[in-house]
Design a protein around this ligand. Structure first.
Ligand SMILES: [Zn+2]
Length: 284
């Protein structure tokens, strides 16, 4: 099959990594990554048809122990949206809300907090242990909240989506004019990605479909009526700490990851370019 970019449709791509395996969940998919010669987007090609199967038993969706929650706070807080005080936003939507942890951190600040998870089994499971309304039907979400959302966050979602333009179009429909769109994406051109290559934890094949960089985000942002606020590198220790177990043992192992976490924290503070955060504003 000939390469076709999932963003600009160019048919010229340079192969970056061949035969990447799933070191994290051990799913039986072997995928290749290309860099599009047209727009530069790093992406899987071809993308397997049944991408939903990548997520069976995906651990971030489970309700986690108190230990996990404390760790999540230390590790995740720098890469999650920091809400400005005093809070003036009325509605916050966490699109791809995982286990609802981020929404949980915002309780009691007077905002209406809603989540979105495409799998209905996941979304109803989150609803059983949280007080938030979690949508799994995108049409219903857009119908109910069109033009009503003040802040829309996508933490580690964009790299999972097969259609970036569609994602931006959905977001622009949901946000109020002047609303904030915040999202994070692993940086394929980071130091940690270059060090670990195919074993880089945040490559996460087959789940990570593409790695849009600033150039792609600027194009999408202009096309879908967003004003650029800022882009920033954010420290996230998992890239380093999650790659070491794969390097040592051939697959992800949680105990080694935990042991490596302090080193990951130091590494990600010294070289904080593993993750990029983007802040956009929907034009008035
Ligand atoms: Zn392209």
């Amino acid at each position: 099959m000939n390469f076709e970019c999932l963003f600009c449709r160019s048919t010229e791509g340079l192969i970056l990594y061949e035969s990447c395996q799933d070191y994290f969940l051990g799913k039986p998919y072997i995928v290749d990554y290309y860099r599009c010669a047209g727009c530069g987007l790093v992406q899987q090609f071809p993308i397997p048809k049944n991408i939903n199967e990548f997520y069976d038993a995906y651990p971030i969706h489970m309700n986690k122990s108190i230990f996990h929650r404390i760790m999540q706070k230390i590790v995740m807080a720098p890469v999650y949206y920091q809400i400005e005080q005093p809070v003036t936003a009325k509605v916050l939507l966490d699109y791809g809300c995982g286990n609802g942890w981020f929404l949980g951190t915002l309780e009691g600040q007077g905002m209406e907090l809603i989540g979105f998870e495409p799998d209905s089994t996941h979304s109803s499971r989150i609803e059983t242990f949280s007080a938030f309304q979690i949508f799994s039907n995108l049409d219903l979400l857009i119908q109910s909240y069109k033009g009503k959302v003040d802040i829309l966050t996508m933490h580690f979602v964009m790299e999972h989506l097969p259609n970036l333009a569609e994602a931006f179009s959905n977001v622009t429909q949901l946000l109020k004019p002047g609303g904030i769109f915040f999202f994070t994406i692993p940086n394929f051109d980071s130091l940690e990605s270059r060090i670990f290559g195919k074993k880089w934890h945040n490559l996460d094949p087959p789940r990570h479909l593409s790695f849009p960089n600033e150039k792609i985000i600027r194009m999408l942002s202009g096309q879908y009526g967003f004003r650029w606020l800022r882009q920033k590198s954010l420290p996230f220790p998992n890239g380093f700490a999650g790659s070491i177990p794969v390097l040592l043992s051939g697959h992800f192992r949680f105990p080694i990851f935990l042991l490596m976490l302090p080193f990951g924290i130091i590494f990600s503070r010294l070289f904080p370019n593993g993750i990029h955060g983007y802040w956009l504003v929907k034009e008035l």
